[in-house]
Design a protein around this ligand. Structure first.
Ligand code: C2E
Ligand code: CA
Ligand code: CA
Length: 763
């Protein structure tokens, strides 16, 4: 309390102290004197005078440029009106005269109420500015309940005890009515202001309650015989109430706790109000209860009904909102995995019902390729942005009845009713086309691709998890294979579950569980084997020797490419060093993936590996595919230059698929061109003439740029002969030798006669 008064001027504090002291002394005197003993000077003038000072102190709070003057002004006016009433009564009853009923003093006493109502209303309004309708109704229930209780007790007795003419009864009744209303306001306000109930409010509330008690005592005292308790209460209640009201305007409200300020009010007061209303109505069926009290009780219960209706409505809205939130993906606003399952579950439940016709459903499982790299290179905000843009884009190529959901991470799903696998794959193609259009993310433009797996129900699955699993397997197949869209077939399923494979792959990387096969490159001028290409394989306990195209995309996706490539380099260079030690000065070619080139430590790791195996840089050639180079030309150009700086050879693998990169070639520091295999395979066909012309042109171009030209994929003697005739430098292919373990590779010089190696075990 002391802290709350700290900004109050000293004069005001001293005056309140003095008034408090006088009040306590008066209280003591009331207790010790006889009930019938009264003093016009003390009971009349001293009390009235004190009250005037109290009223002036209250008004003084409104002086100065402070904000919020209305409340002290109103309360001050109310208290002053009361004090004037006391002065008038003292005048009217001077010299032992009996004041008339009603008297002019009553008019001033009653003038107190309107001022205080408005002040209390303002306080509640200020404190509860942003309250909900429900809170207001709670306040109304509590207030009406309190009013009903007060009316039940006050009015019954008053009507029984107070006699006199109509005006006198009205004057007497005006006080309890005024008090009941004030009490209702105070109780209602207290309900409304949880966490906002401050010192000033509580003091004001206590004062109003005390005032009502004083009024009640006064009524009964004036009618019945006086008692000490009655006289004491009668004398002390009003001056105390008025003093408290006056002090309340000077108190500073305590700081609001932001955590409790938003809490809605408890149920105690409204609950009591409702219970009171109910009890009064119940008792009213047996005993006579004042009509006003019954009316108030009825109003309380009607408000309770309203409040309940409101609660039910809010609860329903809340339930709907929670349901919506539970089914929605926060980032994209699309449905989430939960919604997907709920839809699928109800689809399968409907289909299980034999009374209705079975329907078909296709599920498309979409997984973005290399999304992790987008996150890593551009940041998670950009990744999120892309996912957000993706939703509307995909939705635009779907029918309104198709459902698009985000299954999680970079996985999306589409549900299409009554769709055949054929229709579903046409939708998948449309989606893929939309998806491959570039995305603009915070000033950078990125292109993405995806893999889509399609499964249909009830053909592929008869429950939700099974359908998702089938589509997932098909998607995984799409990731590994040539086509980026795959429809689920039983055959795919035999390959095993994708997640399991990723874990097995991770373990294999940890244990170095890979083997390299080597495929010789024939020097077409000398007939010597002067180089080999290292090709990785994964010996798998269940799946056998897994070819690289079946697990490298998975390693890439799982972020395992870096350690895997390190293993491959180590093993290839160890083998190369062994050959060198044997006197075979072979060059080993090693393939690298796009993510290896993005790795900033890549060139250093190549240099270290060469040093570890004590090999000259010229013993190593690194193969980078043409599509990789086109994908990130700037970065590749830089890495190629650094590798060449080390003295390592760099080859453009799978070159010539479209001759798109010829223009770039001159600016790259590469040392070798490796013609695309598909392109070579067609040479020996009957219409291979045009291809031969193209190969010749490419070889000439390569030579003009000072590059070695290697042809791969040579499967027959005719092709080998043609390549020799156009001036190709090196040749590689099954016809010469299949890739095989180092110990099996035939490195002896080429003889035109078919080599037994060419038909040996393929890998
Ligand atoms: P690539 O670099 O174009 O490798 C040549 C592929 O052609 C090898 O397939 C090889 O077995 C195959 N091939 C060789 N001669 C013939 C032939 O006469 N006819 C036919 N039809 N094919 C022939 P493989 O070993 O399955 O490798 C496939 C691809 O996997 C490679 O294509 C390469 O891009 C990638 N790869 C293989 N090993 C590695 C590696 O260690 N690291 C990386 N990053 N990629 C690798
Ligand atoms: Ca290669
Ligand atoms: Ca190749």
């Amino acid at each position: 309390m002391a802290r709350r008064l700290d900004r109050v001027p000293v004069v005001v504090r001293v005056l309140y102290g003095l008034l408090g002291f006088l009040l306590v002394s008066y209280f003591a005197w009331l207790i010790v004197r006889r009930p019938d003993q009264s003093s016009g000077l003390v009971d009349g003038w001293l009390v009235a005078g004190g009250e005037v000072v109290v009223a002036l102190l209250c008004l003084a709070r409104a002086i100065g440029p402070r904000r919020g003057r209305a409340i002290p002004l109103l309360l001050g006016a109310g208290v002053l009106s009361w004090a004037i009433g006391d002065v008038l009564l003292t005048l009217e009853s001077a010299g032992g005269a009996t004041a008339p009923t009603p008297s002019l003093a009553d008019a001033f006493y009653l003038g107190f109420y309107p001022f205080v109502y408005v002040a209390v209303g303002l306080l509640v309004h200020k404190g509860a500015g942003k309250l909900s309708a429900a809170s207001w109704l709670d306040g109304a229930v509590a207030g009406l309940g309190a009013a009903a209780v007060a009316a039940t007790f006050a009015f019954n007795r008053i009507l029984q005890t107070v006699g006199g003419d109509g005006v006198a009864v009205a004057a007497h009744l005006a006080y309890p009515i005024g008090d009941v209303l004030l009490l209702a306001l105070i109780v209602g306000g207290t309900t409304l202001l949880p966490g906002r109930r401050h010192g000033p409010w509580l003091l004001l509330a206590a004062a109003c309650a005390l005032n009502a008690v004083g009024d009640t005592f006064n009524l009964f005292e004036s009618a019945a015989s006086p008692s000490t308790l009655g006289a004491v209460f009668n004398g002390i209640a009003w001056p105390t109430a008025i003093l408290w009201i006056s002090i309340s305007v000077w108190l500073r409200p305590g700081r609001t706790n932001p955590l409790t300020a938003l809490r809605t009010g408890g149920f105690l007061l409204p609950g009591l109000g409702a219970a009171a209303g109910l009890t009064i109505l119940f008792v009213g069926t047996m005993h006579s209860i004042d009509t006003l009290a019954l009316g108030l009780a009825l109003a309380t219960l009607a408000t309770v009904g309203l409040r309940l209706a409101l609660s039910v409505r809010r609860l329903r809205a809340l339930t709907e909102e929670r349901h919506r939130q539970a089914m929605t993906d926060e980032l994209t606003g699309l449905g989430n995995r939960r919604q997907l399952f709920s839809l699928l579950d109800s689809f399968f439940a409907d289909n299980a019902d034999t009374r209705t016709a079975q329907r078909d459903l296709a599920f498309l499982f979409i997984d973005l390729d290399h999304f992790k790299e987008i996150n890593d290179s551009f940041g998670h905000a950009a990744g999120d942005d892309l996912l957000r843009q993706l939703g509307p884009r995909l939705a635009s190529s779907l029918r309104p009845t198709d459902i698009l959901v985000r299954v999680g991470g970079d996985e999306f799903g589409v549900l299409i009713m009554d769709a055949t696998p054929r229709y579903a794959s046409s939708v998948a193609e449309r989606l893929m086309a939309r998806l491959e259009e570039p995305f603009v993310l915070d000033s950078v433009t990125v292109g993405i691709s995806a893999s889509i797996g399609i499964a249909t129900a009830p053909t592929d699955a008869t429950e939700s998890t099974g359908l998702l699993r089938s589509a997932d397997l098909a998607m995984y197949r799409a990731k590994l294979g040539i086509s980026s869209i795959e429809i689920y077939t039983q055959a795919i399923d035999d390959g095993g579950n994708r997640l399991r494979l990723v874990e097995e792959l991770r373990a294999a990387v940890g244990e170095g569980g890979f083997v390299l096969h080597y495929q010789p490159q024939l020097d077409l001028r000398s007939g010597e084997i002067s180089a080999v290409e290292a090709l990785v394989r994964w010996p798998h306990p269940r799946l056998g020797l897994v070819p690289p195209l079946d697990f490298l995309p998975l390693a890439e996706e799982a972020g395992l490419m870096q350690p895997l490539t390190a293993l491959i380099f180590d093993s290839a260079l160890a083998q190369c060093a062994a050959w060198h030690a044997d006197g075979r000065r072979l060059t080993v070619s090693v393939n690298v993936s796009p993510s290896n080139l993005l790795d900033p430590g890549f060139v250093d790791s190549v240099r270290d590996a060469l040093a570890r195996h004590r090999l000259p840089a010229s013993a190593l050639s690194i193969e980078i595919t043409e599509t990789t180079i086109i994908g990130d030309f700037g970065r590749c150009k830089q890495v190629i230059a650094q590798l060449r700086g080390l003295g390592v050879g760099v080859s453009v693998d799978d070159f010539g698929a479209g001759f798109t990169s010829l223009a770039y070639l001159g600016s790259l520091a590469v040392s070798e061109l490796k013609l695309d295999r598909r392109f070579i395979t067609d040479l020996s066909a009957s219409d291979g003439k045009r291809d031969l012309a193209l190969v010749r042109a490419t070889v000439e171009l390569g030579h003009a740029l000072g590059l070695r030209v290697v042809a791969e994929g040579i499967e027959d003697a005719a092709t080998l002969e043609m390549l020799t005739s156009v001036g190709c430098d090196f040749a590689q292919g099954y016809f010469i030798c299949r890739p095989m373990p180092a110990s099996d590779v035939d490195l002896s010089p080429w003889s035109a006669a078919p080599r037994p190696m060419a038909v040996r075990r393929a890998s």
